[in-house]
Design a protein around this ligand. Structure first.
Ligand code: 3PG
Length: 531
C-alpha cells in the first residue's frame, strides 16, 4: 500500500472492528456518523472505502461523486440502503456479513412477540409513572397458538425453531424453501393465504423488494384472523403503516410489535408510536454485543483482505475472481445476475431445478462465477438479502433447488451465450443472454421469443395476442400517467400467435397503471420487474 488509504466508518461500529481497520498499514480511519446525502457527496471523494450498517444511505448521487472509492463493507446483512447497481456501475465492490446476526434478530423477534403478548412495555410505563394497575394488561398465551412465519431464510428459520420451544404451532410461507428445510426448522409450509387465515401471530422475515413492499396492506389484513398480532423485525416498508393503523383502530389487528419503520427514524408524530397496542424498538434487531462484534470483525477483516490481499469476501455485487477473469467475464457475470433476476421475478413457485448452459468463447475461462451470478440474481431479489456471490449456491442447495451446469461449444449466432432454464413440477422458463460489443448486455431469448432486450432498471413484461392495437393502447396509458418508455422490444411466437413486449420505463408503474394495462383488449398478462 503506497498512497495513504482512507476509510470512513459511517454507522456505529464495534471498537474491535475499528482496531482491525486501524491495523491496516498506512491507513487513516475516520468515524463520521449520521451524515446526510449532501455531506456524504461533499466527503466521498476523500475515501477509498466505507464501512456502513443500515443507517447511512449510499445513494446513486453519493456514488456518482466518488472518485477513489473501491469498496463498501456492510457490517450486517441487509444492503437496501446502498444503491447496488450504481455501485456496480462505478466499480465499487459491496460486501456484506450475512448470517452473523441471524440468531440475535430471531431472539429480538421472540422478545418482541412476548412483549406484545404480555403488554410488558405498556405495563412498565404505567408502573414507572407511579400506578399499580393489574387489570389493564391481561395478556395472551403463546403456547398452542399458531405463528405464521413469512420468509423462511436464516432469520425466519431461527424464529421457527425458538417458537417450537415455546410450544407454538409454526406455519411458514416461503416460495423458495424446500419442504425438508422448513420441516427441519419445525415449520409446516403453507400458502400465504393459508398462513394469513390460520395464524394468531404473524412475523415477517422476508426481503424488501417491489413484490413484498406493502405486502401487509388492507387487502391482506382482511384475509387474516380477527385479533391477529403482527411482528416486524425485518424491513418497515413490508407493512403499509396506514392500513395497519386502521386495522388496529378497528380491532381487527389486536396488536403489533415493530422494530422497523417505513421511514427511519419515523416521524415523532407517527401515530403507530403512540398507539397503546403497539410495542416498538428503534431497529434493534441486530443490536447485541455478540452480533455487533461479529459483524464488525467480519466487515473489517473483509476490508483488510480487499486492500491487502486483493480478496473479495462475501461480495454482493462481484464474485471472488482474479482481475483477469473479471476483465474478460465481467459483463457476462453482470448479465448472469440480470438473467437470474428476470427468472426470479416470473412468479414461479417451488422451483426444483436451475440449468445453466454456457457456450462460445467464454468457455476459455472458469464459468463458476456465471453460475454464482445467476443464482445470486435469482435469490437476492426474492428470498433473502443474506444471499451473496459466495453463498448463493449454498442457499440454492438449502432450498432444495438442483443446480445443473453444462457447456456447449456452439453458441449459435453469438460470440458467447448464457442460457438458463428454470423448472418447477409443472412449469419451465428459459432466458438466454449475450454481450454485444464487449459491454452491451442483452437478453436474446425468453421461452420461444427471440429479441435483443436491454435488461436494465424498471421493466414491464406484457404478454398478448398478436393482434393490432396493443402497442398503441400501452403507449397511450403509460403516456397518460407520465411514464416514459426508454426502450421497447416486441417479440413474436408466430406458431402460437402470441407476442410479448418488454418495455424499459424510467419510473416504476403504480399498481393502478398495471391494472389499467390489463384491461387493454388482447393484453393477457402484465407484470413489472426490476433488473
Ligand atoms: C441487518 O440488515 O443486518 C439488520 O437490519 C441490522 O441492521 P443494523 O446493522 O443497522 O443494526
Amino acid at each position: 500500500l503506497n498512497a495513504k488509504l482512507k476509510i470512513l466508518v459511517c454507522d456505529p461500529l464495534s471498537p474491535k472492528g475499528i482496531s482491525i481497520l486501524k491495523s491496516i498499514p498506512n491507513t487513516e480511519v475516520d468515524e463520521k456518523l449520521g451524515l446526510s446525502e449532501e455531506k456524504l457527496i461533499a466527503e466521498v471523494s476523500e475515501y477509498d472505502a466505507f464501512v456502513v450498517r443500515s443507517g447511512v444511505k449510499i445513494t446513486a448521487k453519493v456514488l456518482a461523486a466518488a472518485t477513489k472509492l473501491r469498496a463498501i463493507a456492510r457490517a450486517g446483512m441487509g444492503y437496501d440502503n446502498i444503491d447496488l447497481d450504481a455501485a456496480t456501475k462505478k466499480g465499487v465492490v459491496v460486501m456484506n456479513t450475512p448470517g452473523q446476526n441471524a440468531v440475535t434478530t430471531a431472539e429480538h423477534t421472540i422478545a418482541m412477540m412476548m412483549a406484545l403478548a404480555r403488554n410488558i412495555p405498556q405495563a412498565q410505563a404505567t408502573l414507572k409513572s407511579g400506578k399499580w394497575d393489574r387489570k389493564s394488561f391481561t395478556g395472551t398465551e403463546l403456547s398452542g397458538k399458531v405463528l405464521g412465519v413469512v420468509g423462511l431464510g436464516n432469520v425466519g428459520r431461527e424464529v421457527a425453531r425458538r417458537a417450537r420451544g415455546l410450544k407454538m404451532e409454526v406455519v411458514g410461507y416461503d416460495p423458495f424453501i424446500s419442504e425438508k428445510a422448513a420441516q427441519e426448522a419445525g415449520a409446516k409450509t403453507v400458502s400465504l393465504e393459508e398462513l394469513y387465515a390460520s395464524s394468531d401471530f404473524i412475523t415477517l422475515h422476508t426481503v424488501l423488494n417491489d413484490s413484498t413492499n406493502h405486502m401487509i396492506n388492507s387487502d391482506s389484513i382482511t384475509k387474516m384472523k380477527d385479533r391477529v398480532r403482527i411482528v416486524n423485525c425485518a424491513r418497515g416498508a413490508l407493512i403499509d403503516e396506514t392500513a395497519l393503523l386502521a386495522a388496529l383502530q378497528s380491532g381487527k389487528v389486536a396488536g403489533a410489535a415493530l422494530d422497523v419503520f417505513e421511514k427511519e427514524p419515523p416521524a415523532p408524530d407517527n401515530p403507530l408510536l403512540k398507539h397503546d397496542r403497539v410495542v416498538t424498538t428503534p431497529h434493534l434487531g441486530a443490536s447485541t454485543d455478540e452480533a455487533q462484534e461479529q459483524v464488525a470483525l467480519a466487515a473489517a477483516e473483509q476490508i483488510k483482505g480487499f486492500f491487502m490481499d486483493d480478496m473479495v469476501i462475501n461480495g454482493v455485487n462481484v464474485p471472488s475472481v482474479s482481475k483477469d477473469v473479471l476483465a474478460a467475464l465481467g459483463s457476462y457475470i453482470d448479465l448472469a445476475v440480470k438473467i437470474g433476476r428476470f427468472l426470479g421475478q416470473l412468479g414461479m413457485e417451488k422451483v426444483q431445478e436451475i440449468r445453466i448452459e454456457c457456450s462460445g468463447e467464454m468457455l476459455k475461462y472458469d464459468t463458476a462465477p456465471i453460475t454464482a451470478g445467476v443464482l445470486c440474481g435469482f435469490m437476492q431479489k426474492l428470498c433473502s438479502e443474506s444471499v451473496n456471490f459466495v453463498n448463493a449456491p449454498i442457499h440454492a442447495k438449502e432450498r432444495g433447488i438442483a443446480v445443473i451446469e453444462s457447456k456447449k461449444s456452439e453458441p449459435g449466432n453469438y460470440v458467447s451465450l448464457v442460457a438458463v432454464t428454470l423448472k418447477s413440477k409443472d412449469k419451465e422458463h428459459l432466458v438466454a443472454g449475450s454481450v454485444f460489443g464487449r459491454k452491451y448486455e442483452k437478453i436474446v431469448r425468453f421461452d420461444n421469443y427471440f429479441m435483443e432486450f436491454t435488461p436494465r432498471g424498471h421493466v414491464l413484461l406484457i404478454q398478448n395476442e398478436d393482434k393490432p392495437g396493443v402497442v398503441g393502447g400501452l403507449g397511450t396509458i403509460l403516456g397518460k400517467h407520465q411514464i416514459n418508455i426508454s426502450q421497447m422490444q416486441v417479440a413474436l411466437d408466430a406458431k402460437r400467435g402470441r407476442a410479448i413486449s418488454l418495455v424499459n420505463i424510467d419510473t416504476p408503474a403504480p399498481k393502478e397503471v398495471l391494472e389499467e394495462l390489463r384491461k387493454v383488449t388482447n393484453i393477457e398478462t402484465v407484470s413489472q420487474m426490476v433488473l
